[in-house]
Design a protein. Sequence first.
Length: 267
Amino acid sequence: MQKVLVLAAAVCGLWTGGCTVWGQCAADFDFGASEYGASPDASLGEQFAQGTVGVAYSDVFHVLVPVDASAIDPAFALPLDSVQLISATLIDPTTGSPLDFGALGMSITCNNGGTAADPCTFLAGGQYCADIVGTPTQAGSYQMSLDVLAWVTVFGIPIGQPYPFTGYTLEILPSGANQVAEATAALGLRAWPNPSEGESWVTWNSVAPALVDVHDASGRLVHSEVVATTSGEWNLAEANLQGGTYTVSVTEAGRRSTTRVVVFSGR
């Protein structure tokens, strides 16, 4: 059930004091023949578009909610009535404290096509979307925590099952970030394969020794290492990571770039 719930949660009105009506998105993503899905999908390493302080931001999320929870996880062989976002919080990468979307100058607005009174309730069997808009006011790489209720039917009685999810990241660059973007492009940071079982090679265009930092989905630093050579490569296996989504940052000669990696839990 995790896949659709994470996405449904990301798609709903993430709080600025309620859902606001903007020019609404169109729920027209091509999911092919899938019974469920979402775009972006954090489990596949997909993330939100990058933003910049003081520059208008816009991105769209799409979700396809299945009729039965077993389409997501066979352990939940129950009819799925709907998926509802209860709350959503950004995690400040510096302090680890929660940060409201409104404090960042952003909002997320649900669009369920009028299928339910609450625009952040997505009925089973339908496709929905949401807009993330605003003008960011604070730079940072924010991890997103989502609290969702999955409404299932048990003996004819609807029951809301809570699910907390992490894995999405909203990266906001500082104002005048063209210099940051140029440095990032010059660094050419990438990870392959991604996702992996922990053996990804992280590579970059190296001209000097570099600092490699790895943060987990909550923003906690879990590994830090200096690559003393100018080889421009480092293996994720050295961090001995458990399954999950991580942010790998490389800082070298005044340049800094980050990339997301997904490690399968089978490691």
